[in-house]
Design a protein. Sequence first.
Length: 289
Amino acid sequence: MSMNLHINNFSHLKSCGTAWLIGCLAVICLPAYGLPRAEPVPGGVAVIEVASEATSARFGDRPVLLTRVDDKHYAIIGLALSTAPGTYQLALEFDAETRQTLAFEVKPKTYPVQRLTIPDDRKVNPYAQDMDRIQQERSLMDNAFLHFREGPVITDFAVPTRGRRSSSFGSRRILNDQPRSPHSGMDIAAPSGTNIIAPAAGIVTAVGDYFFNGNTVILDHGQGLITMYCHLSATTVKLGDRVDRGDGIGEVGQTGRVTGPHLHWSVSLNNARVDPGLFIQTDPQQELQ
Ligand SMILES: [Zn+2]
C-alpha cells in the first residue's frame, strides 16, 4: 500500500453548525478538529492517512498518535530535529495477527545559526554544584515527554499567549560563543505578567522551577502529545490539574536562561520536539520575527 501524505491547511476545521447538526441528530455529534500542517522534515510532522481499522501505530520504539478527522483516520508522527532525511517506516497494528508498514520520506531542512548573549553566564556554564539539580530536572522532563495516555486528542491548538512569535524553532544555537542544543520550541515575546492559556485540554504532569527553563508547566494532551511552557513569572496550576482549552496556566516571565521576558513553548509528539507553528493557525495580527 502506498503512502498517502495529507497536506492540510486547517481546511477540516468546522464548527458544529445548524446544518451539520441536522445531519447527525441520530449519532453522537462531536466537533471535527483540524490536523497539524504536514511538514515531514527534521523538527516537523508527518501526517499519514491510515485504514480506519488500525488500532495502534509505532514509529521506532514510540507509540504514535492516531486521530480521526471528517471520517478519515490519520497517524501523526513527530520527527525529532536529529532525524536524518531518508525513508522511514510507520508500523500499524490492526489486531493480534494483522500488521502493516507504511513507508514515508523525511525531507531535508536546514535551520539557521542563532547567536545569543545570556547575561547570567552560570546558565550557560553551570557550576559543578548545579549538575545534580540539572540532571534531576532533565530526567523529570524526559519522563513527562514519554507519557502516552489513550483517548481522543485535539491536534489544533489555540495560541498560548499574545505576543510577537519568533520563528527560531530548530535554529542551531551559539550561547555566549559556545555551541548548544538546537532551539526546540517557539519563543513568544510578551511583557512579564501576560496571561498564558492551555492551547487544548490536558492534564498538568509537571510544575516546577528548573535551572534552565525557570518556572515551567508541562501539559499532557493525550497519545504522546505533550506541551511545555517555560520562563514563567508565576504558575497558576498544580500537578494533576485538568485544564480545558483557554484555561490560564501561568504568566509570562524571565526566569531561567533568558535574554528577556518571553514564553518558550515546546510541542512534543512521540517524544520528538516539533515546531509548534505547525499546530496553530497563522494570525496576521502577530508578526513573525
Ligand atoms: Zn525558547
